[in-house]
Design a binder for this molecule. Structure first.
Ligand SMILES: [Cu+2]
Length: 68
């Protein structure tokens, strides 16, 4: 399932790499794409990874998920 999250605190390519790496470590999360300008992270959730696990990975990397 294609998923989009709003993430606060990403400001440069380093942030893009950090968030991408954090999400790629979750089994079932694929094709992570970060849109820095929009503050959005898109990915395919191929194994119904729980959204709180995805959010925790982003938060552990130092960024904040904006709950919609
Ligand atoms: Cu940065």
């Amino acid at each position: 399932m294609a998923s989009v999250l709003k993430v606060k605190g990403m400001s440069c390519q380093h942030c893009v790499m950090a968030v991408t790496k954090a999400l790629n470590q979750l089994d079932g999360v694929k094709n992570v794409q970060v849109d820095l300008a929009k503050g959005e992270v898109r990915f395919d959730n191929t194994k119904e990874v729980a959204s709180n696990r995805v959010a925790k990975a982003i938060e552990d990397a130092g960024y904040e998920v904006i709950q919609s």
